[in-house]
Design a binder for this molecule. Structure first.
Ligand code: CP
Ligand code: NVA
Length: 310
């Protein structure tokens, strides 16, 4: 036996956590198997993944590339500027042409809507490696990490800071898994309105509790997980000063962490800026699990790649 789940791929593409809302547990279980090296065969032998990057990346690029290699497949790093798309070739033509060569496409894009259009035009599965709206692969790895440290999703998850792409996906995945999530952002930095509405709809059936507040102390009180992300995301350049001023009270530091449970873990998707969204003492301290989180990108994405491309 190969140790891999049988059956056909259930997902067509992964642009949003909503695309896999009923398959999250199964993906996390497979990710765990990959991490424990229970899967040694090469299920994606002969398959290729194109990876288009419109923005910088360390973790996403390397974990997808190594993940494809470990599954027996091949990957191609394509910088968007160097593709003809960067000179104005239509998304539709790019998507259709790439579909003739490769078995799947990963894209990190500026605009979520462009990725939706890309997926509509492509004939192969599409995976989002981050857009302005969501970062689904990140939060799968995050939930794998939560499961490892906490054993289940019964605790209180708290996100502090900018209600950005990572925050949107965290809200959705917590809602799907029935995990309570508190989100503390300043006014004007809340998560996307449609995502909140979707999350609340799902939360009703899973029993998850979603709290969105500007009261950072209330949000962090009695938390089991405290998560933050940068104040200035890729694409927010030019708003640095305003964002730093608006978010200053939302730094995750020792004083704030003391409101959480003593065994709470600290999480960050990285890259991080010490002294801004998090103090060095916290991110480099004993509660921080950032490296496990980064490692889990590899395992979680291998699970996604397996489901989409095998
Ligand atoms: N967390 C994350 O997606 O990192 P990269 O931008 O380095 O890929
Ligand atoms: N919110 C950050 C995440 C980086 C992985 C950004 O979009 O830049």
């Amino acid at each position: 036996s190969t140790g891999l789940p049988k059956g056909v791929a259930k997902m067509k593409s992964l642009l949003s956590i909503l695309d896999i809302k009923n398959e999250i547990d199964e993906i996390l279980e497979l990710a765990k198997q990959f991490k424990e090296s229970k899967v040694k065969d090469k299920p994606l032998e002969g398959k290729s993944l194109a990876m288009i990057f419109q923005k910088s990346s360390t973790r996403t690029r390397v974990s997808f590339e190594v993940g494809m290699y470990e599954l027996g497949g091949n990957s191609l790093f394509l910088s968007a500027n160097e593709l003809q798309m960067g000179r104005g070739e239509p998304i539709a033509d790019t998507a259709k042409v790439l579909s003739r060569y490769v078995d799947g496409i990963m894209i990190r894009a500026v605009n979520h809507q462009d990725v939706v259009e890309f997926a509509e035009e492509a004939d192969v599965p599409l995976i989002s490696g981050l857009t302005d709206l969501e970062h689904p692969c990140q939060v799968l790895a995050d939930m794998q990490t939560v499961k490892e440290y906490k054993g289940n999703f019964d605790g209180k998850f708290t996100y502090v800071g900018d209600g950005n792409n990572v925050c949107n996906s965290l809200l959705l995945i917590c809602a799907c898994l029935g995990m309570d999530i508190s989100i503390a952002t300043p006014k004007g930095y809340e998560p996307n309105k449609e995502i909140i509405a979707e999350g609340e709809k799902i939360a009703k059936s899973t029993g998850s509790n979603i709290l969105i507040t500007d009261d950072v102390k209330l949000a962090v009180k009695d938390s089991d997980i405290v998560y933050t992300d940068v104040w200035v995301s890729m694409g927010d350049e030019g708003q640095e000063e305003k964002r730093r001023n608006d978010l200053i009270k939302y730094q995750v530091n020792k004083e704030l962490m003391e409101l959480a449970h003593p065994d709470a873990i600290f999480m960050h998707c990285l890259p991080a800026i010490r002294g801004e969204e998090v103090s060095a003492e916290v991110i480099d301290g004993p509660q921080s699990v950032i490296l496990e989180q980064a490692e889990n990108r590899l395992h979680a994405q291998k699970a996604v790649l397996y489901y989409l491309l095998h």
